[in-house]
Design a protein around this ligand. Structure first.
Ligand code: ZN
Length: 273
């Protein structure tokens, strides 16, 4: 079980208990055993990771402390370990692994973004009584920032068809659900309706929440929704999406790979494996 401990601290790798769990990142990947079953312990990395490496405390996993760090460029992978895409950890049989990876990744990005106070420029430190970074000079507090994003499956034709779109930023020719960030002052339902109208030109009705997934690249929380088509013709509107169309279970295009909430929603809706 992963337990959040409400104290932040940084410590050098050499001072960690040997049974500590280490979340070690390289881009969007994390170091795991080659069979993908678990994260490494500090004892297993003792010979390959510099004792002075700064580690960030994230919580406790099955009774052992969990620490995260970014992998230095010159790091040589130890035998028996591999870099595994973080998103695959979100479908790992042990949900704590995905949780630990998300948390460590977001913490490190948050800490690195607030080494200096944005208000007065002084060096910051961790608050002692709160999950926050504090400026000792002016008292400004910085909390971990989570950026909510909505992702929606739009259905039509009595639910037989769903709207899927290709985004120009995708590195594969896959088609996904319509997604976008929630704006300040907006409800989630308003964000769903606005994003869909902006990107596809259609209006929707009967918006309802499905499920969520942390997306720590670097700090999003994806909130999955369903909505029914109401009016308009679906056509790429704003230059972000290059192609879109209505698809049934029988004629699905390439869809996002496992580990993404888009794939989970599509799989569950059509009863795919
Ligand atoms: Zn300050």
């Amino acid at each position: 079980m992963f337990t959040i401990n409400p104290t932040h601290r940084e410590q050098s790798f050499g001072t960690l208990a040997p049974n500590s769990t280490i979340v070690f990142f390289n881009g969007k990947s994390a170091l795991m055993t080659a069979d993908g079953s678990r994260l490494p312990t500090s004892a297993e990395l003792a010979g390959v990771l510099d004792a002075g490496t700064t580690m960030m405390f994230a919580g406790t996993m099955d009774g052992a402390e969990c620490w995260g760090a970014r992998m230095p460029q010159e790091f040589v992978l130890p035998q028996g370990f591999e870099l595994i895409e973080s998103r695959l950890a979100f479908v790992h049989p042990n949900p704590d692994i995905g949780y630990a990876i998300s948390r460590c990744r977001e913490f490190i990005s948050w800490r690195n973004g607030h080494r200096l106070c944005g208000a007065c420029g002084a060096k910051t430190s961790f608050a002692t009584n709160d999950l926050a970074i504090v400026c000792p000079a002016c008292g400004m507090m910085y909390y971990p920032q989570i950026a909510p994003a909505v992702i929606t499956m739009i259905t039509r034709n009595n639910g037989k068809e769903i709207l899927l779109a290709h985004n120009k930023r995708f590195t594969t020719p896959s088609f996904s659900l319509i997604a976008g960030f929630v704006e300040s002052g907006e409800s989630l339902e308003q964000a769903v309706a606005r994003e869909i109208l902006e990107e596809t030109g259609v209006t929707v009705k009967n918006i309802r929440y499905l499920s969520s997934q942390p997306w720590p690249f670097p700090n999003s929380l994806m909130l999955g929704f369903m909505a029914e088509y109401d009016s308009g013709e679906a056509y790429p509107q704003d230059g972000e999406l290059s192609e879109m169309g209505w698809y049934s279970k029988e004629n699905l295009p390439m869809i996002p790979s496992r580990g993404s909430i888009a794939r989970k929603i599509i799989d569950e809706y059509f009863g795919l494996a």
